[in-house]
Design a protein around this ligand. Structure first.
Ligand code: AMP
Ligand code: MG
Length: 276
């Protein structure tokens, strides 16, 4: 089965995250066996992003959500490394600034959504407003529960205007997270990333899973599907995301625009003499 089909949350189905194996790695035994495939998809990403940029009519929005250490930064590095920085952007969604908090919750997402020709990756996204907000009861249930529909309307508006939307939940196990925290402790170059709040947040793991499950259920749509990516193995996570992005871009039928000048005349007037 293709990765887009295998990992997609079919609209209207309820996913049980506890039943999906975060350590899944397809038919590959280990990273080395997948290296050639990863390289292939990176090269396709490079070509397709240039086409999207050259065409300048449509755009791509990738939303990344995960628990801490789930690999959002890793995906950003991997996917963007394959692309021309001219035409790509990352938007990081932190705790809302006073200005952001003074607007409706989608305001900040809309402001940084991709322009025509652009690829934008949301590092966290407007989904935080039904995830962290729900888990920590930052707002009344009546407020956040109305947001799933608002999100669907927002994403519908973007897709109707030519934005392709792909949403990835990077699925790691709680044990894998603890192991990654431990790696940070053992690596002086990672000490700056350690925060006790991240450890304390682990207590809310089951609540986060429930909040994710509802977001996946309510907001995976044909136009803006959610994918649950097994992410305990970093190389598999990178491969799966790259493959899904490539296959979606390929389905767009991107084409270089027609030249805006008469090539025959340009050749004759500017190159014929030089050839003599
Ligand atoms: P990080 O992405 O690890 O740098 O952390 C950003 C933090 O901002 C996370 O703890 C998010 O849960 C938090 N955050 C993002 N969006 C919101 C929001 N709408 N309301 C409250 N906290 C948020
Ligand atoms: Mg963090």
């Amino acid at each position: 089965m293709s990765y887009p089909r295998q990992f997609k949350v079919e609209p209207g189905t309820q996913v049980k995250l506890a039943e999906l194996d975060p350590a899944f790695k397809g038919h590959h035994e280990a990273h080395a066996a997948a290296a050639a495939e990863i390289e292939h998809y990176s090269e396709r990403l490079r070509v397709l992003q240039e086409l999207l940029y050259a065409e300048g009519r449509r755009s791509l929005l990738i939303c990344l959500q995960a628990m801490d250490t789930g690999g959002k930064d890793g995906i950003i590095n991997h996917v963007l490394a394959a692309m021309n920085p001219q035409g790509c952007r990352v938007a990081h969604f932190r705790r809302p600034s006073p200005e952001e908090a003074a607007h409706d919750f989608l305001w900040r997402a809309h402001r940084v959504a991709p322009a025509r020709g652009e690829v934008v990756i949301f590092n966290r996204s407007h989904y935080e407003d039904v995830l962290v907000v729900r888990v920590h009861q930052l707002l009344a249930k009546s407020v956040w529960s109305a947001r799933y529909e608002r999100i669907n309307e927002f994403e519908r508006a973007l897709t109707e205007d030519g934005t392709v939307i792909l949403k990835f939940y990077l699925h790691i196990s709680s044990e894998e997270q603890l192991a990654r925290f431990k790696e940070r402790l053992d690596d002086p170059t990672k000490h700056w990333k350690i925060s006790e709040a991240d450890y304390l947040e682990r207590r809310f793991w089951p609540q986060y899973l429930r909040a994710y499950e509802e977001a996946l259920f309510r907001c995976s749509t044909e136009r803006a599907p959610w994918y649950v990516i097994p992410a305990n193995h970093k190389w598999f996570r990178n491969l799966a995301v790259a493959r899904i992005v490539v296959e979606r871009l390929e389905a767009m039928g991107l084409k270089y625009p027609e030249p805006t000048v008469d090539l025959t005349r340009i050749r004759r007037e500017y190159h014929a003499a030089a050839a003599q």
